[in-house]
Design a protein around this ligand. Structure first.
Ligand code: NAD
Length: 345
């Protein structure tokens, strides 16, 4: 039988374990997989674009486990009462090819994106960072803020969203968790005095939510929302002034902020920093940019983590997904069924 962790069980698991604990442990899982980056199969995700959105498949394997995620990105969905990003995914055993786990991944995507941002901030931001700006207060925002607080201990959050209701929701959700939240008038106001700036907006456009003059010396930028061809958030001058860190260059050059610059624009792969092969931040004044698009290995990490934590628990259930005849060559006989009466449909 294949284990299944659906939406309600994911919610129960998060509530019983604690979001901070999950984000901290998941950051460690992502970092462990980044350290063995070279042992994974890697390819840019397969994207099917429409004028208003994208549907993507994201596969990878470390030779023992295989995973893929189905994910969409539709920035106009919230106006229809739907989410911008939803997802589900599978973790399989490479030796048999049999799936082990099927999981909802809308929540898991928010968790793994936040855990990866936190890992990037831990390696690239100034360790004494106290203030974070959050530009875009939608679905991902609270997860991003909590994960970066876990990694750096930031205390103040400055938020800006073009939708005041989204900022109000974030204040409502994060103030009880001890965040000191300031609602800014615009992006410049949010970025003012911030040590870490996270851009997490959704618009299928080459937007400029952050201009170069808003980014002070020493700032670390987590650029999350630019993740599709023709969908960016940063002024290209920020990329030229700072040092840019990416997941998988072959995918990021198509989808990330660096689609705005020349094809051989120099970048550093984040796994090289995490594994100690290269230096991340080298001076207090350096501007660092994590050009995040979301990579399959992060989905692999969160599925591996979820499987480890829920496989033998009540948070996952068996589902009847794989036909399993007693004689593996007699699928036909299996399809005839047993002698038990067939219920009327
Ligand atoms: P969402 O639609 O729930 O939230 C986006 C928010 O951005 C909305 O509240 C919207 O009002 C706001 N916004 C739009 N334009 C703005 C602007 N110019 N200035 C300020 N606010 C603005 O989307 P979400 O699920 O939170 O995702 C945010 C972005 O992150 C999306 O673009 C999504 O594709 C991307 N994403 C990236 C990753 C990754 O791994 N890098 C993972 C998940 C989502």
């Amino acid at each position: 039988m294949v284990r299944f962790v659906g939406v309600q069980n994911t919610v129960r698991w998060i509530r019983s374990t604690g979001l901070e604990t999950i984000l901290g442990e998941l950051s460690d899982y992502v970092a462990d997989d980044y350290r063995r980056w070279e042992s994974f199969d890697k390819s840019p995700r397969a994207a099917s674009h429409s004028p208003i959105g994208v549907i993507e498949l994201m596969p990878t394997s470390d030779g023992q486990l295989y995973s893929f995620k189905y994910v969409n990105g539709h920035p106009s969905n919230p106006a229809k009462g739907l989410q911008t990003v939803t997802a589900f995914g599978v973790l399989s055993d490479v030796d048999s090819g049999y799936p082990l786990l099927v999981a909802e991944m809308t929540l898991l995507t928010a968790l793994r994106t936040a855990a990866t941002s936190a890992m990037a901030a831990k390696y690239l931001a100034q360790p004494d960072s106290t203030t974070m700006a959050m530009i875009g207060a939608g679905t991902q925002a609270e997860f991003q803020a909590i994960a970066v607080r876990e990694a750096l201990g930031i205390r103040s959050l400055r938020v800006f969203d073009t939708d005041p209701a989204a900022s109000a929701k974030l204040v409502r959700n994060l103030t009880p968790l001890g965040f000191d939240v300031y609602v800014a008038e615009d992006s410049a106001d949010a970025a003012s005095g911030a040590d870490v700036i996270t851009t997490c907006t959704a618009d299928k456009a080459n937007a400029t939510v952050l201009t170069d003059d808003m980014v002070g010396p020493g700032v670390h930028v987590n650029a999350i929302g630019g993740d599709c061809p023709g969908k960016t958030e940063l002024d290209a001058a920020i990329l030229r002034r700072g040092d840019v860190f990416v997941e998988f260059p072959e995918q990021t050059r198509i989808e990330g902020e660096i689609q705005q610059v020349e094809a051989d624009f120099p970048v550093t792969e984040l796994w090289e920093v995490v594994s100690g092969k290269t230096v991340g931040r080298s001076s207090a004044d350096q501007v660092t940019v994590f050009d995040s698009v979301g990579f399959a290995i992060e989905d692999f990490s969160v599925l591996r983590y979820l499987h480890d934590k829920t496989n033998h628990s009540a948070f996952s259930v068996d589902i009847d997904l794989v036909a399993d005849p007693d004689d593996p060559k007699d699928l036909f006989g299996f399809a005839q069924g047993s002698d038990a009466p067939v219920p009327a449909l």
